[in-house]
Every structure is written in structure tokens, then in C-alpha cells.
Design a protein around this ligand. Structure first.
Ligand code: BT5
Length: 326
């Protein structure tokens, strides 16, 4: 349920710098002016700032550097995704919190988000660097009505949603998908996706889609070993990107593409994925659990499997691997 505070923030954000009077808010939400005044005080304590213009009302002059549930909700255009948001200041990993919430029955579209992760994780338990307030570290809980073998495609569905959300907010930088779970800008990783699953025999109980987006790190904010391979939106675009807006846009795209995939299958997603990918047509070094080989990426199948043609003509279907674009 949207709280009164959320509604006030939404109203002030929508007024685009025009003053909104306390009386107007009180009338619209059917509460006393004193109640509105109290909410404004709490919002100030949370880091919002206002200018009070005599006889006119409040003008929003600053929002907190944190990403509050209220700010995200003020921007949301979704029906289900992000209607329940669990917001934390610091956690070990949003994936761990999401696992517990999913076991306790959290709804499809529930979002867990944290300003900082102390043990953010990538695939194969690799660490994911999650600097405080410099990025978006979130997990979305999905309850899709599809069999477990279709779970890996959600990584590709998510990559399409991430790229489209980024394209909507970025002017200069051109994000591209690297199979299976990265989004790169200028060849460097700005986003990683981690899909985990709770399943019972042939039913998905929940999917936990973890998304990490580097937003405002400088080069020095990354540890040495990541500096040559990682980047942030600020480094590539030159300006700060509004995290709340990006989260809301991302959840909107994710809601659309998840529904499209569940109802219509992978075909349309595959086309969008291929258009936005920097993988197809490239020469790759592929490392699977069993072997390393070189070949050219020639496409993905309708199961989201990468097809790589070796120099001797043999076509390999890759389900899971690390790839290096040569
Ligand atoms: C991933 O794994 O790329 C998946 C990352 C998912 C992170 C999100 S954040 C919210 C949610 N909660 C979590 O705990 N996780 C998810 P993988 O393809 O295995 O890539 C991991 C590798 O990326 C590491 O071994 C590093 O080389 C590199 N890396 C680590 N942190 C990075 C960062 N912030 N930016 C770019 N590269 C990074």
C-alpha cells in the first residue's frame, strides 16, 4: 500500500519545481494540515529538502542520496513489479534476503534493494563489488509459470530489459549485451546478472533475479583488479544518473519482457537480444567446465543457448561458460 509520505513525495516530484500548498495536499489526501506538516518534517529527517514559499507552499529542492522505496514508487509505472519493496541500508547479499522472503511467500515482482552489500555474489560464488550508494544492487523475486529448464532464459530476458532501460536514460553511452549475463559499455562491464532458482521437482517456486549496475563509481572506486574490466554509467556518460528513475524504468521493462517471454516464448526476446548484443559475429574464447576453445558466435537458439562455430566448421551449443571476446 502506498503510504501518505509516498503520496506526498510523488506529488512534489510531479510538480516540477512549482510550489504545492499544504492546504492543497491536505484537501487532496483528506487529512489535516497539521498531519501534512508532520509528514514534511519526517521527510526532512530522511534527507529531503524543501523551500517554503509564503502563501504558495512547498517546493522540493533536494532528494536524499539514498534510494528510498518512496522515491522509486514515485516513478513506478508497473502493475506488479516493485509494488512490494524491501529496502535496506546494508546487507550481505540481496540474493540471500530474497531467498528467505521467497520461502516466506513473497509475491511475484517483490524487490529487495540495498545501498551496500558486504558479500555481493556473482556466478560460481565469485564476489561482486557493491560499493555503498554507488550502484544499484537489487533482486527481483519472480514466480513464473514455466518449467525449471526454462529458467536460464530469464538471464537473457533480464539483459534485454537492462539494456533497454539504460538506452532510455543514456544519451552518449551505448550499452550492449555480452552472453550470457553481462552488459558492457565500450567493452567494459557495467552490469552483471545472476539468476538463482528455488524449484521442486518440475515446478519453479521462485526465481531470484539479481542485478548489479555500476552507476556513479570513479575509476578509483573500483579495486585495482577490476579497473581495466569494469566501468560505471558516470564514467561512460559523464553525468550522474538518477538511480530511482533507473530502477523504476528497469522494473517496467522487466515486467513487460518477463510477461512477453512467459506468454509468447523466446522468439521475440531472442531477436531483441541479438540486436542489442556485442557477442554475435565475434571471435570468442569459450571456457566451459570441460574445455577451452576458440570460435565465432553465430547466434543463440530459442532455448537461449549460444551457438559457436569452431574453425574446423563444427558448431558447439554452449549452455554455460565464460567467454572472452577476442
Ligand atoms: C555476475 O557474475 O556478473 C553477476 C553479478 C550479480 C550481482 C547482483 S548485485 C544484486 C544481487 N545480489 C548479489 O549478491 N548479486 C546480485 P559473474 O559473471 O560471475 O561475474 C563476476 C565477476 O565480475 C567477478 O569475478 C569480477 O571479475 C567482476 N566484478 C565484480 N564486481 C564487479 C563490478 N561491480 N563491476 C564489474 N565487474 C565486477
Amino acid at each position: 500500500m502506498t503510504s501518505m509520505k509516498d503520496k506526498i513525495v510523488k506529488k512534489l516530484l510531479a510538480s516540477n519545481g512549482e510550489a504545492v500548498s499544504g492546504q492543497q495536499l491536505a484537501d487532496e489526501f483528506n487529512v489535516s494540515r497539521t498531519a501534512i506538516w508532520k509528514h514534511m518534517k519526517t521527510l526532512q529527517e530522511e534527507g529531503y529538502s524543501f523551500e517554503t514559499i509564503k502563501k504558495k507552499g512547498y517546493v522540493l529542492t533536494g532528494v536524499p542520496n539514498t534510494v528510498t522505496a518512496a522515491q522509486i514508487k514515485a516513478e513506478l509505472q508497473t502493475e506488479q513489479f516493485g509494488q512490494d519493496i524491501y529496502y535496506y541500508d546494508v546487507v550481505d547479499s540481496t540474493q540471500n534476503i530474497a531467498h528467505r522472503l521467497a520461502q516466506d511467500g513473497a509475491k511475484h515482482g517483490t524487490v529487495v534493494i540495498s545501498e551496500e552489500q558486504t558479500a555481493g555474489k556473482g556466478r560460481l560464488m565469485r564476489p561482486w563489488e557493491s560499493t555503498r550508494q554507488k550502484g544499484i544492487w537489487l533482486t527481483v523475486i519472480l514466480r513464473p509459470d514455466v518449467p525449471p529448464h526454462r529458467a536460464p532464459q530469464f538471464t537473457l530476458v533480464t539483459a534485454v530489459a537492462v539494456v533497454q532501460a539504460l538506452q532510455e536514460l543514456l544519451v552518449q553511452a551505448k550499452p550492449q549485451i555480452k552472453w550470457p549475463n553481462d552488459v558492457l559499455i565500450n567493452g567494459k562491464k557495467c552490469t552483471g546478472i545472476l539468476t538463482e532458482m528455488q524449484a521442486e521437482s518440475d515446478v519453479i517456486q521462485a526465481l531470484l533475479i539479481g542485478i548489479g549496475i555500476n552507476v556513479s563509481q570513479s575509476e578509483a572506486d573500483f579495486p585495482k583488479e577490476l579497473q581495466s574490466i569494469a566501468t560505471s554509467l558516470k564514467l561512460e556518460e559523464g553525468i550522474d544518473i538518477d538511480r530511482s528513475k533507473l530502477i523504476a524504468t528497469l522494473l517496467h521493462k522487466l515486467e513487460i519482457y518477463t510477461a512477453l517471454y512467459v506468454t509468447d516464448g523466446f522468439d521475440q526476446i531472442r531477436k531483441l537480444w541479438e540486436t542489442n548484443s556485442c557477442t554475435i559475429g565475434q571471435r570468442l574464447e569459450v571456457t566451459t567446465a570441460r574445455e577451452t576453445f576458440i570460435g565465432e558466435a553465430i547466434g543463440i537458439t530459442n532455448d537461449g543457448v549460444l551457438r559457436v562455430q569452431k574453425d574446423d566448421g563444427e558448431v558447439k551449443e554452449i549452455y554455460t561458460a565464460d567467454i572472452k571476446i577476442l
